[in-house]
Design a binder for this molecule. Sequence first.
Ligand code: NAD
Length: 484
Amino acid sequence: MVSRVIPVDNFDLVIFGGTGDLARRKILPGLYRRFCAGQMPEDARIIGAARSDMDAAGYRQMIKEAIAEFGGPGEQSAADIDGFLAHLEYIPIDARGQAGWSDLAAIMRKDVVKAFYFSVGPGLFGDLAERLHLHGIADSDSRIVVEKPFGHDLTSAKALNATLAQHFDEGQIYRIDHYLGKETVQNLMAVRFGNILFEPLWNAQYVDHIQITVAETVGVGGRGGYYDKSGAMRDMVQNHMMQLLCLIAMEPPNRFDPDAVRDEKLKVIRALDPVEQAQIVRGQYCGDEDGPGYLEDVEDPKSKTESFIALKVGISNWRWKGTPFYLRTGKRMRARTSEIAIVFKDPPHSIFGEQEDRRGNVLVIRLQPNEGINLRVTIKEPGPGGMRLVEVPLDMSFADALGPDAHDVPDAYERLIMDVIRGNQTLFMRGDEVEAAWAWTDPIIEGWQDRGDTPRPYDAGSSGPEDSLMLLHKDGRRWREVRT
Ligand code: NAD
């Protein structure tokens, strides 16, 4: 199967913060891969704009090195790299001052798509938005791309939205949640809404519960200072896991278009029950021979920030009342894995009598590693000895099913940047969604702050604190194993 590359319009893409970590690790290598796939228009330009004083040649050299390091697997041909680097320009700029802005204004073209990637801290969003208008660089067709974290709580998210709204309409603002750019996450929608099989069962009557796990093996490492102000709830649950939950729980939108999809997601967030503190388990990893513990990583022996969280979430609507969503995410866990498991109920009556250790139908959507979808079904164990039942996977590994091209699917950032150029906001968060997510998150965080809640220690390389197992045990359920 040959993947199709759909051409995009000619563009000028300005990357503010174009020398930063995100630009070098994700944005530019992603654009390079789109160039190699033949998706970059001949005259498209990528303009790095950052504080460092360098010229276009210096920037091209910096990005050449970044591509060598982060460009992904496979041979990189010198011709491809040179061809891509020829699209790059660089303007030294001061987001807070005057330097560089008239130079940027002078090189921007009028008749192409203009997109501005704010790959800088959110403290600079307002300055950038204001100067883009002051210097007549952005117009009503321009697009801006902003990164997480989008606010620290509801108040700050509202303030950020208000700042951007002074200069840009909602239809021009692309809030990135790179989880939405993942191939499997979009496949979740294809599987749900492109087949008749699943949707009739996709409700509280047939689904026992849902588990969403995002486990990492790394600790907070060098990001300790930043992470400690955030924690797993803000860093993962409020955004990425919330988006996954929405895509599972939402009603079918009537069209696959930006507002139809985002309206449905917003309804889910607004229907989330407040979470009682007894339904939350927070943890901090301990040190071992492979690395320091959380408290040493963040250099604050009294830190109460969680590096792990598990919580039970209810949704008060007709479809989901009574079916819990269990979410858990953490660092320094046993394996690096992200998956969503839809655990169906048992058939109402077993004609085969009691069968030990049956676990029923489970649909697993694996985000990493080995992206794919796997449905566990019950069959008869082969051989004589009566009707003994076993569960076997009906495996839809994309790599196996779609052949070698399945490995070439664009990385989340590549896809999302191309969506910006196309002007398609479906996979981006709308301002009201982000605010609703914070409105649900804030009281949870305030709850444990009020109680002075201290996270439980957990062993590095484990599945998190023991209490997180209890969260499901007391409901007669159990977590799926954290493994690759
Ligand atoms: P970074 O510190 O590595 O880079 C910051 C960039 O901003 C540099 O290019 C710097 O020159 C530029 N900059 C800073 N002040 C400036 C000013 N006054 N005028 C002009 N340019 C200025 O940061 P990063 O890790 O690349 O992160 C950028 C943004 O993306 C942040 O908001 C971060 O939270 C977010 N983000 C980063 C990652 C990641 O993996 N690095 C992941 C998700 C979100």
